[in-house]
Design a protein around this ligand. Structure first.
Ligand code: HEC
Length: 107
């Protein structure tokens, strides 16, 4: 059976698209994987320098550097590069989505 998309359906889809994209700056990020990596690789140093029981103070400080999703990706990459972690882009994506969900909450 052939199904044609009516132009009304198509218009509705096209209109919905930007909202879908904006609703999730890091779609499909795996938060479980990220949580594990974050605990192992990131918390200790952030905690030592910025305090907070779980290393969250760095992300929640009033003068934090990250104010957009792309700045989040950039800062995160700055840290992993400095550390020579050599993470896969997918892993950085998971981490960004995880930090966004917990702290930055960009939509
Ligand atoms: C060796 C220490 C160290 C480790 C390990 C580290 N970072 Fe950082 N990170 C820093 C420092 C220092 C800053 C603050 C940079 C500044 O303010 O100029 C920072 C800042 C950040 C920020 C920006 C925070 C803000 O101001 O909004 C993000 C995001 C971040 N790190 C992610 C990560 C992730 C993810 C990892 C683990 C993969 C990680 N970092 C591991 C030292 C570290």
């Amino acid at each position: 059976m052939r199904t044609d998309l009516s132009s009304a359906t198509l218009t509705a889809l096209l209109l919905a698209l930007p909202f879908t994209v904006r609703a999730a700056p890091f779609p499909d990020a795996d938060h479980a994987v990220a949580k594990d990596m974050h605990t192992r690789m990131c918390v200790e140093c952030h905690e030592r320098r910025f305090g907070g029981e779980d290393g969250s103070a760095i992300y929640l400080r009033p003068d934090r550097r990250v104010t957009t999703p792309s700045a989040l990706s950039q800062q995160l990459t700055a840290c992993t590069t400095m550390l020579n972690l050599d993470l896969f882009p997918e892993d950085e994506h998971h981490l960004a989505g995880y930090l966004n969900k917990l702290y930055y909450k960009f939509e």
